[in-house]
Ligand binder design. Structure first.
Ligand SMILES: [Zn+2]
Length: 62
């Protein structure tokens, strides 16, 4: 339960420790604040560029 992953933040490359891989606290806060604004596209594209491209193609492959 207390295990933390040590990794680089995918957005700012800061060394962070968290229970799940993802943006650090600062980036997470920025992502939340920029939701719904013009910056959202940039943040999402930078975070997971491939996940949102062709979800159907992946889902229908099996
Ligand atoms: Zn970060």
């Amino acid at each position: 339960m207390d295990e933390l992953l040590a990794f680089e933040c995918p957005r700012c490359r800061a060394q962070v420790q968290a229970r799940f891989y993802g943006p650090c606290a600062n980036c997470h806060d920025q992502l939340r604040r920029t939701q719904g604004s013009d910056a959202r596209e940039v943040a999402v594209a930078d975070y997971e560029p491939k996940m949102n491209v062709t979800p159907n193609a992946v889902a229908t492959k099996d």
